[in-house]
Ligand binder design. Structure first.
Ligand SMILES: Nc1ncnc2c1ncn2[C@@H]1O[C@H](COP(=O)(O)OP(=O)(O)OP(=O)(O)O)[C@@H](O)[C@H]1O
Length: 234
């Protein structure tokens, strides 16, 4: 098995400084690996810490303890405590993240937003543009919107631009936070195809999918995050 990410004994605690320093232990003792071509689906009730886990894996949150090792540029790299420049290199080459909402940058057209991960890897503009247009077409974003900034797009349109961006390049490890939440059935079907293509190309996926049918269609394994006394205050 070609393991691409390995998590050991991962813990995350939030300290609420504005609220008497109450501390919430959201993740504890998490252990899992994900191999190339596999999709691990995070399972657990609302508040179980699914989004927190994805953000911690991406390096947005500092864990309270444990290890996150990822195959990067042919070697294993420990992400917990890694230098910021290493984290940036991992985010450029190895670890993708499709968050639930598009981060809109004023005045940047949708087409540029989608092309950016490929340009950051040194693709030519022509190649990046061809792939971006193909993805926007597949995800049913009308051509008249491509040169507009997505700030005024509908929720579903913004999510589809975000998905086109996320699937623009192939990622060894890809994190997906409810990628079909605002989509109709036809567009959700396109996302299922993109996920299957990513798996076939050897990506390791970790995702949150609230829709049961979609979850069952993509999951190879589940990570049970249900905790009997989760997020207990101390
Ligand atoms: N930035 C934060 N600061 C403090 N507490 C937080 C923060 N982010 C999340 N939490 C808390 O951590 C717990 C887990 O939240 P998280 O969003 O990870 O759950 P989830 O499993 O993704 O839930 P849902 O399915 O409802 O999206 C919640 O109790 C939440 O209040």
């Amino acid at each position: 098995m070609n393991t691409l990410i390995e998590v050991r004994d991962l813990a995350k605690t939030f300290t609420l400084h504005q609220q008497h320093g109450v501390s919430l232990q959201v993740l504890r003792g998490l252990n899992f690996t994900v191999a190339a071509g596999e999709c691990l689906v995070l399972h657990g009730q609302s508040g179980a810490g699914k989004s927190t886990l994805l953000r911690t894996l991406y390096g947005n949150y500092l864990p309270a303890g444990g290890s996150i090792r990822i195959r990067h540029a042919g070697d294993w790299l420990e992400l917990v405590g890694a230098e910021p420049r290493q984290v940036l290199a991992v985010r450029r080459q190895t670890l993708g993240y499709v968050s639930q909402f598009l981060r809109v940058i004023p005045r940047v057209p949708a087409l540029e937003v989608v092309m950016e991960p490929a340009l950051a890897r040194g693709w030519s503009r022509a190649d990046a543009e061809a792939r971006a247009k193909a993805l926007l077409t597949r995800l049913n974003i009308p051509e008249r919107l491509w040169q507009l900034a997505p700030g005024t797009f509908s929720g579903g349109e913004q999510q589809r631009v975000n998905l086109a961006r996320g699937f623009m390049v192939s990622w060894p490890v890809l994190l997906l936070d409810e990628p079909t939440a605002s989509l109709d059935e036809a567009n959700a079907g396109v996302v299922l195809e993109l996920i299957d293509e990513a798996k076939a190309a050897g990506s390791a996926l970790i995702g949150i999918f609230h829709d049961r049918a979609i979850r069952e269609a993509v999951a190879d394994r589940y990570l049970d995050m249900t905790q009997e006394d989760l997020a207990h205050a101390s």
